[in-house]
Design a protein around this ligand. Structure first.
Ligand code: ADP
Length: 536
């Protein structure tokens, strides 16, 4: 509850105090009585008064002195005081009273309404002062609160500044770390990009996440192609199912070493690779299958070539043995007969000796072929050139195979231009070439067939052609005929080693010439070669 405003009434006569209280009985105030100036001062120490009504004439200390003391004290300095006096009624009294610090001076007899009116003004002032004080206190409190909040904000600001600094430091550290990571990433990607091996990383959906430059170069793709390319697109169709199985198992965490896969390049070529496949783990999950492969296409082709060569060599050895056996048999048989003395007819003896001679030649030719092969392989094959007429060489060769041809009823026709110039060639080797072509034309011919040998000058070359009407050669076999040991399967039953044409080509090429075949299966073949008329 709000306190009533206090009014200090001071008079040495109690009846005067009662009178005053009666005058203000209708006002809501609390009176504090004092019977002397001293008592009044005592009360001011305890209470806060709205106004004091003071008698002037009092024993010991009069009203003037009391007010003067009040004015000296901080608490009572501004306390409004109204003097009420019945005796001091002169103007100078009033002046003295105002001078001592009173706000009014009322003389008796008191007109209650006037006194009440005056007091009411001071009560209102008091109320106003109180509310002002409250307001001041409230503002002070609010200000204090604001100050506290401000201080708190200030503290927070300091804390913020400190954590900002920390953040800045951490950020700098992070930037440093990032730079390091970036540099190490660059180092790794440089390593991967410049590796000779094909490196790829494929995600769970089969899309390429990374491939290195070697991979792009080998498969003929651009980086831009990768967006639409899937792992299955570079697999050869026949290996798709096992490769997808391998991929799924890899994504479940299996690791595969030295797996062989066939890729298909952008241009459709097949490429054999060998390498290791494993999964990349992120947060405990297999996120990508990575593979590092080597292109082994070349190796496989060598290996295949080597296998073919090995097969050819063993076939060659068996052929050579077969070739050697019949002449050896007949040599041995006829020699035995002659040595035994059972053949005494000189004519038969001569026939036998002729066979021995022929078989010895055959053996000698075979051994020569083998020696030539070995010379070719070791680089010791020599060409000794001399100026001779090729016409004679061809003619001699036809003579040499004459008996072989007539055994099969084959006729050989020479179509030679009479103006053939002399040339600088290795006569013996050229004889070997023509003999070989003619004996093939006889071997792979029909009974009673025919052979034509043609020779003419064509541009700045000498052209020689040996044509037969024999079994012919298929288109597929022609390109391989000059390879060592190569024999057409169909001619298996006919004796041979597969060396003749290989040696022939080497000899022609050693003379800067060219050799080629035109043939139709079942109709016959033409072997042609040219030699430049002017040898370097
Ligand atoms: P060889 O006759 O000893 O087998 P060559 O190197 O002389 O070896 O010939 C290689 C192969 O070429 C022969 O095995 C034969 O299959 C084929 N060939 C050569 N000449 C002819 C020809 N005139 N007609 C048909 N096939 C031939």
């Amino acid at each position: 509850m709000k306190e009533k405003p206090k009014v200090l009434i001071v008079d040495d006569k109690i009846e005067n105090l009662v009178t005053l209280e009666r005058i203000f009985s209708d006002m809501d105030v609390e009176f504090v009585r004092a019977l002397s100036g001293n008592e009044a001062l005592m009360h001011t120490l305890e209470h806060d008064f709205a106004i004091a009504l003071l008698d002037v004439q009092m024993p010991e200390m009069d009203g003037f002195e009391t007010v003067e003391l009040m004015r000296q004290d901080k608490l009572t300095k501004h306390l409004p005081v109204i003097f009420v006096s019945a005796i001091y009624t002169e103007d100078y009294h009033k002046i003295r009273g105002i001078a001592s610090g009173a706000v009014d001076f009322i003389t008796k007899p008191i007109i209650p309404d006037i006194l009440r009116g005056k007091v009411r003004v001071f009560l209102e002032l008091y109320e106003y002062r109180l509310s002002l004080e409250e307001e001041i206190v409230r503002r002070a409190e609010a200000e204090e609160k604001i100050q506290e909040q401000y201080d708190e904000i200030q503290i927070h600001a300091h804390e913020l500044e400190a954590s900002n600094e920390e953040l800045r430091n951490t950020q700098e550290k992070l930037i440093g770390l990032n730079r390091e990571i970036q540099e190490s990433e660059e180092r790794y990607s440089d390593l991967f990009d410049n590796a000779n091996d094909l490196i790829q990383s494929v995600d769970a959906e089969g899309k390429f996440v990374y491939v290195n430059t070697a991979w792009l170069n080998a498969l003929g793709y651009d980086k831009g192609d990768l967006e639409h390319l899937k792992f299955a697109d570079i697999m050869v169709q026949e290996e798709l199912a096992p490769c997808l199985d391998l991929f799924e198992r890899t994504m479940r965490g299996e690791q595969f070493n030295n797996v062989q896969i066939t890729f298909v390049t952008k241009h459709g070529a097949e490429m054999c690779v060998e390498g290791n496949v494993g999964a990349r783990i992120k947060n405990g999950e297999y996120v990508a299958a990575r593979g590092i492969f080597r292109d082994i296409t070349e190796r496989i082709i060598a290996e295949e070539k080597q296998r073919e060569l090995d097969a050819m060599k063993s076939e060659f050895i068996s052929n050579v043995s077969h070739e050697l056996r019949p002449p050896l048999h007949s040599l041995k048989g006829f020699t035995k007969l002659l040595v035994s003395g059972k053949v005494d007819d000189p004519k038969t003896q001569n026939e036998f000796l002729a066979i021995v001679d022929k078989e010895s030649d055959r053996l000698g030719d075979l051994i020569d072929d083998l020696l030539d092969m070995s010379r070719l392989e070791s680089g010791r094959f020599k060409i000794n050139k001399e100026v001779i007429s090729l016409k004679n060489i061809i003619h001699d060769a036809v003579e040499r195979v004459g008996s072989l041809a007539s055994e099969k009823g084959i006729t050989i026709t020479e179509e030679m231009n009479s103006e053939l110039p002399e040339m600088e060639v290795d006569g013996k080797r050229m004889g070997q070439v023509i003999t070989n072509l003619l004996s093939n034309a006889i071997k792979y011919n029909q009974e009673n067939g025919s052979i034509t040998v043609k020779s003419e000058v064509s541009n700045s070359d000498l052209l020689v052609q040996v044509s037969d009407r024999g079994i012919g050669i298929s288109e597929d076999d022609i390109p391989q005929l000059f390879e060592r040991f190569y024999r057409v399967e169909a001619s298996d039953r006919i004796e041979g080693t597969g060396l003749g044409l290989h040696i022939t080509r080497q000899i022609i090429e050693a003379h800067s010439g060219r050799i080629w075949i035109e043939s139709k299966l079942g109709e016959g073949s033409t072997f042609s070669f040219t030699l430049p008329l002017r040898q370097n």
